[in-house]
Design a protein around this ligand. Structure first.
Ligand code: AMP
Ligand code: GLY
Length: 415
């Protein structure tokens, strides 16, 4: 099979690494990819904006692509999946109507309410001042901008006054035309991702991300500073329950509204004292969760994604390696506020069961330099969470550039 993968981050490098291991794959084109992906066997990176439907369809045609895998949300929200499907291609990635579950938090809440999915009590506002008045009455409350905000659209306010201020601030950002207020939930957070064919789904291992930039979950929010899987504080029965009470009803409600959800449905959950509740949905796989999930998955990814794209998925439990994977994000100086790029990277060669996935890297005059905030993810598999952590840490320390920083406590909360 000839595959096309859209995206350029650590998630895409991990997907590409897993895809080219499949005996079904003869070639993998990645647009635009990154230097880590370009070094994989059978992979080729093509400079192209993955959010532009016309050029993406053209590329898929010219390379006679059998399956397109969409990594990030931007092409999905822009309708690239729809354009490819209209042109006759099999696509792993929902249509724009399905991707709205990530693009609009108000829409996601509407779906959850209609589907009876457990989530925090909420109200939606179209005027910042009305939201601010309600926030003052509410007291401690979570304030969210409706639209995509790259992790900067949520404030967990500890008082009504702080929340009211957050309503005014969030109303100024591009995603802030609508403001949501919702109850503050408590409990450990986890990510559950399902590969879906529109009706049926299979669950990847539950994982835990670390969103704050500094150790001990302090500092500003980021896209994610590291993850581990499986998040084994969740029992197999609880995972099954999340499939039944969250993933299934959400897919059915989306389908009822005419969405074609053939792709990854990501539920960001909190395990509250009264059971798992959904904080957010994404219409794609998580980053950095995917990096560790690809190291855990003990079967060929290609038939799974192909069956999702074709609507022929068999609901079943996936084969996972017995052990743990830990991924530590290596970030550029100044990340997340103002990452400094252009620093020369010195990287060692990973050992067996270690992987160094690239994200914000580029090749300049034969040298590898930083080109984004999250630069790489240092991943390792181990038979215990302790062994996986130790190995990932050793790999993280062996990769250096000026100002690189990472959290040494990824996975420390795992039981
Ligand atoms: P979101 O983008 O909706 O996942 O929110 C980003 C982060 O804000 C989450 O990872 C949580 O840590 C926090 N958060 C969001 N919603 C709530 C909530 N209802 N209660 C407590 N914390 C929340
Ligand atoms: N790691 C969080 C996300 O992918 O949205």
């Amino acid at each position: 099979m000839k595959l096309l993968l859209l995206g350029s981050g650590g998630r895409e490098h991990a997907l590409a690494w897993k895809l080219v291991q499949s005996p079904l794959v003869t070639s993998l084109v990645v647009a635009p990819g990154n230097p880590g992906i370009a070094a994989l066997p059978r992979a080729e990176c093509v400079v192209l904006d993955p959010t532009k439907s016309g050029p993406v369809v053209e590329l898929a045609r010219s390379r006679a692509i059998d399956l397109v895998v969409v990594g990030p949300e931007a092409p999905l929200v822009a309708g690239v999946g729809d354009a490819l499907r209209s042109a006759g291609f099999d696509v792993f990635g929902p249509d724009a109507a399905g991707a709205r579950i990530e693009g609009s938090k108000a829409f996601a809440k509407e779906i959850m309410q209609a589907a009876g999915v457990p989530t925090a009590k909420f109200e939606v506002f179209t005027e910042a001042e009305a939201a601010a008045r309600r926030a003052l009455e509410w007291g401690p409350v979570v304030v969210k901008a409706d639209g995509l905000a790259a992790g900067k659209g949520v404030v967990v306010a500890t008082s009504g006054a702080e929340a009211a201020e957050a309503c005014r601030e969030l109303a100024k950002i591009p995603g802030g035309k609508q403001i949501l207020l919702e109850d503050v939930l408590t409990g450990p957070e986890l990510s559950v991702m399902a590969l879906c064919d529109g009706e049926r789904w299979v669950l990847l291992a539950p994982s835990q991300d670390h969103k704050r930039v500094f150790e001990g979950d302090t500092g500003p929010n980021t896209g994610g500073m590291g993850a581990y899987a499986p998040a084994n504080f969740l029992s197999a029965a609880q995972l099954e329950e999340i499939g039944r009470t969250v993933i299934g009803p959400t897919l059915r409600e989306l389908a009822r509204r005419g969405a074609n959800f053939k792709g990854a449905l990501y539920a960001g959950l909190m395990l509250t004292p009264s059971g798992p509740k959904v904080l957010e949905f994404n219409a794609r796989l998580g980053d950095p969760e995917t990096q560790v999930l690809m190291m855990q998955l003990d079967e060929d990814l290609v038939p799974l994604l192909r069956d999702c794209a074709r609507g022929t998925l068999q609901a079943r439990a996936l084969k996972q390696r017995a052990g743990f994977s830990v991924g530590i994000v290596l970030a550029a100086a100044g990340y997340p506020e103002s990452p400094r790029t252009g620093a020369e990277i010195s990287a060692s060669v990973p050992r067996d069961d270690q992987q160094l996935f690239h994200a914000g890297t580029k090749s300049v005059d034969g040298k590898l330099v930083t080109s984004g905030g999250r630069v790489m993810t240092a991943c390792a598999f181990g038979s215990t969470i302790g062994a996986a952590r130790e190995s990932a840490l050793a790999l993280a320390k062996s990769v250096t550039w000026e100002g690189r920083h990472f959290r040494a406590d990824i996975g420390a909360k795992a039981p």
